[in-house]
Design a protein around this ligand. Sequence first.
Ligand code: SF4
Length: 403
Amino acid sequence: MGHSTILRHRTQRVQVGDVAIGGDAPVVVQSMTNTDTVDAEGTARQVYELAQAGSELVRITVNTSEAAIQVPRIRKMLDDMGCDVPLIGDFHYNGHRLLTEFPECAQALAKYRINPGNVGKNRKGEDQFAMMIAVARQYGKPVRIGVNWGSLDQDLVVRMMDENARLAEPRDVSEVTREALIVSALESARRAEELGLAHDRIVLSCKVSEVQDLIAVYQELARRCDYPLHLGLTEAGMGSKGIVGSTAALAVLLQQGIGDTIRISLTPEPGGARTQEVVVAQEILQTMGLRSFTPMVTACPGCGRTTSTVFQELAQSIQNHLRAQMPVWREQYSGVEEMTVAVMGCIVNGPGESKLANIGISLPGTGESPAAPVYVDGEKTVTLRGDRIAQEFQQIVDDYVAR
Ligand code: SF4
């Protein structure tokens, strides 16, 4: 139950280090650090944390010479930690210079993100885009041509707005802007190929911050090309707004088979974990039945029949435990990520949901006997009582995984 039958939009497979994007590869989860790349130790640590949380690609900012110098060091530190997650360099404005002046940085990265909105011809007459593509060819690296609503090529926008104004029936401005995003991505990809970059070295993205715009832009991109598509609602925001917006947009597209890699751009709460965006990305893919990463906990919302917080605490602690154990379990046991666990608040829906899960527990609601029946593979196995229910249930889950 729960697996998708979604027909994926056919795209070209692009290899990023050992990770494939597009073709018949599963939708890849990626994220981005928010450390200063000059702080190599801090950046390597955060990349490691993101990778441990399940990010299959991690992007880092490469914005200065000092940052570029640190990139090979960061790669080495990660290798020494046994972390082989491919690193992607995020370049803007000066990527042509950094990539050409720091060959070790160019070599250490597995992919370059190029924003066509800020790599045109500069005052020195350098063709910055062509210079970056030349480096990608030289080192055999793929690129993501990443167009962004907030940094769209203004010459292109002006040109398209002028063309639109001359039409007998001009289109809506937002429609023209959406078209400008798509044209920027596709023209840049075509130019990269004219400059000699192979078709299977190009990933595209066109990020916007409004759900309906994102859906419209990506539907059109998918219709017009077979480059793998990197999905993400940019500047999605904080907390539930960012999560809901990203989920709403990405779920519609993923359901239509569009999207080969996703990044959830959440603004972390002050002091909040960067890894939250990885968890959200995984949960979108898993709840849609597209991939499995971590055993999922089904929990009821609770109601007037649950007068204590025991059941919420148990649901939370079991989900945290499962997530924390996954890096170890993934190495030891195959298929553990498909496991389901139910934590229910009372006997109304408790036994039913518990029987559907691999392991389920139905906690005592108000007026029920203080007993928590546990179901394993649909059969009631034991009834837990007392104040050690959480620990005993966790042990049952661990034993089940080990079996
Ligand atoms: Fe309420 Fe019980 Fe349903 Fe949970 S399972 S929402 S506690 S009636």
